[in-house]
Design a protein. Structure first.
Length: 114
């Protein structure tokens, strides 16, 4: 069960039950740690997608275009994160790739030759 606390008071109307399916035999403490670790990773990825790629501002809704753009954004984030020659955040790496064909080729191919 989970509930939200607002202003130091539990809201009885906002209590929900969550079910999890897993095969591991875990203690309650280990399970809570694993669940929180999973959601920390998910939230970190969402933050990257929203802040660096402005995913929440995208208003494309036709057909499966939104899903396809999400896939392209994930690939771009993975390529930019795997490039280690320029140490910077995703926004700066995007900007450098937009301004430098050499860096763009390094990101896309994995080598500095264009």
């Amino acid at each position: 069960m989970s509930a939200r606390m607002e202003d130091g008071v539990f809201n009885a109307d906002d209590i929900s039950v969550r079910y999890y399916i897993f095969s591991a035999q875990l203690t309650a403490e280990k399970f809570v740690h694993a669940a929180r670790e999973h959601w920390a990773i998910e939230n970190k990825l969402h933050w990257k997608m929203d802040v660096a790629m402005r995913e929440d501002d995208c208003r494309i809704r036709r057909g499966n275009a939104a899903e396809m753009l999400t896939g392209f954004r994930h690939m771009a984030v993975n390529r930019l994160n795997s490039t280690k020659t320029f140490k910077a955040g995703l926004k700066r790496k995007q900007k450098k790739a937009a301004m430098s064909t050499r860096y763009l080729s390094e990101v896309l191919v994995g080598c500095g030759v264009s």
